[in-house]
Design a protein around this ligand. Structure first.
Ligand code: 4AD
Ligand code: MG
Length: 430
């Protein structure tokens, strides 16, 4: 009977066949240990000379890394391994012999591994990271579907910019100039006026010349937008969503978290409510922590975010940033026009901003004023104004960066390992 490594717990004591690859191997005179992987997981297979016969045993000893094969044998429990099961191999049939697989068990440099990303994805660590990513995606759909949101897909090719013009990827759209989407938000606002509560999940492009461990040129963003919800309501949604992500990964990826040697005690603390501090309080905190040169009105950099996060063991919201360092669409605080009703959610342990969100300007006059201040003219922005002309309502939304969230939850240092094929400043291959 054919099965997969993920299903072997249902087949203890039975003989099964699994399509696999050789991840690693070691052997002695009488016994060979094959580290098998089949895409669903990793498991040890044992070949005993006395049982399989001399000829087959020599064949097993000669198996090369990443050779593909069908293995047949009995599934038994194995308390010594993390996985808990192994196979006593009775027979195997090679499908394709791999010669000189480039990624050997020795240490390779990051650039070499990135050049071989198409193969590196097969490794145990990369496999665990992608499984965590997959669980976060699953939990995202679950959370928004269970809470009455409609999934709406905004366009990727756009005629206007959402987050400012410096980070846009330009492209030609027949006779017109177009851009790759840097955020679906403006379209999600239109969708919220049609469907109430919506979310998007798609690729996003930023032509930033940044080379930090938090920056990708192409990344995936989840962007919920809610009609009739104010800034506070939105923070509640965000903390519940992020808590749901953490608890889902803890529940469904325990093996992967162990493989990644993730300190799960940190993740167990992640439950709503999250602490909230204002930008003003954050500036004071930074001054106390010795950042003497930070001035009110400046944006925070990675070291600032890390320093603030150190004071909390959960993600922390920094709210009410100065209007001048945030996007044109954010609603000013009615009690104080120099700050806006917005929040960045900063992850613990130095992973930085994982969510950015705000209440949006719903007043037509004020939005027209912002257009003037930001030089937003032309047809490309006209439709967005119309949302304020026809039945405008208070509304809020946010964007969660998938890769930064995966990096934090999985405890991976750099976002380049959290997306299957990263697009970086110096990398478009493979
Ligand atoms: O803060 P950002 O730029 O916000 C927006 O785009 C809003 N329009 C979202 C909204 O309100 N609908 O980006 C949101 C999140 C960040 O907090 C970060 O997690 C991620 O997207 N992000 C990046 N991730 C990887 N590489 C980059 N270059 C990123 N830029 C932003
Ligand atoms: Mg931001």
């Amino acid at each position: 009977m054919k099965t997969t490594i993920s299903e072997v717990a249902k087949h203890i004591g039975e003989d099964v066949t699994i399509g696999s690859w050789i991840a690693n191997k070691r052997s002695s005179g009488k016994i060979a240990f094959l580290q098998l992987r089949d895409g669903t997981g990793f498991m040890q297979g044992i070949v005993v000379k006395a049982e399989i016969g001399e000829e087959k045993f020599q064949e097993a000893k000669a198996l090369t890394q990443e050779t593909s094969l069908y293995v047949t044998g009995t599934i038994v429990e194995d308390e010594r391994s993390l996985f808990g099961y192994e196979m006593q191999i009775k027979d195997f049939e090679v499908i394709h012999e791999a010669v000189d697989y480039p990624i050997t068990p020795k240490n390779h440099g990051t650039e070499f591994l990135m050049d071989h990303r198409h193969l590196w994805l097969r490794s145990k660590k990369q496999h665990a990271i992608m499984k965590v990513r997959n669980e976060i995606i699953r939990a995202t759909y679950e959370f928004f579907n269970e809470n009455g949101y409609v999934k709406i897909d905004p366009p990727i090719l756009t005629g206007s910019s959402a987050e400012g013009t410096t980070e846009l990827f330009h492209t030609q759209y027949f006779d017109e100039e177009a851009y790759l989407s840097q955020s679906g938000q403006l379209y999600m606002e239109a969708a919220a006026m049609a469907f109430g509560k919506v979310f998007s999940f798609g690729p996003t492009f930023r032509a930033e010349k940044s080379k930090t461990r938090r920056h990708l040129i192409e990344f995936w963003m989840i962007e919920p937008e809610m009609a009739f919800m104010d800034h506070e309501d939105s923070l509640n949604v965000q903390e519940n969503y992020v808590s749901h992500i953490a608890s889902s990964v803890l529940k469904n990826c325990s093996l992967e978290l162990q493989t990644l040697e993730r300190d799960t005690a940190m993740l167990e603390k992640i439950s709503a409510p999250f602490p909230r501090i204002t930008y003003d309080e954050a500036v004071d905190m930074l001054k106390e922590k010795g950042f003497d040169d930070i001035e009110w009105g400046e944006d925070f950099g990675a070291p600032h975010e890390t320093a603030i996060a150190e004071s909390f063991d959960k993600p922390v919201f920094i709210t009410h940033y100065p209007k001048d360092i945030k996007a044109f669409y954010m609603k000013p605080d009615p009690d104080r026009s120099d700050v806006v009703l917005c929040a960045d959610l900063i992850a613990p342990e130095g992973y930085g901003e994982i969510v950015g969100g705000s209440q949006r300007i719903d007043d037509l006059k004020l939005m027209e004023q912002r257009y003037d201040e930001h030089g937003l003219t032309g047809e490309a922005y006209e439709w967005y104004l119309q949302l304020r002309r026809y039945g405008s309502v208070p509304h809020s939304g946010f964007g969660l960066g998938l890769e930064r969230t995966v990096a934090w939850i999985a405890g991976v240092e750099h976002v380049r390992e959290t997306i299957p094929f990263p697009r970086l400043l110096n990398r478009l291959y493979p």
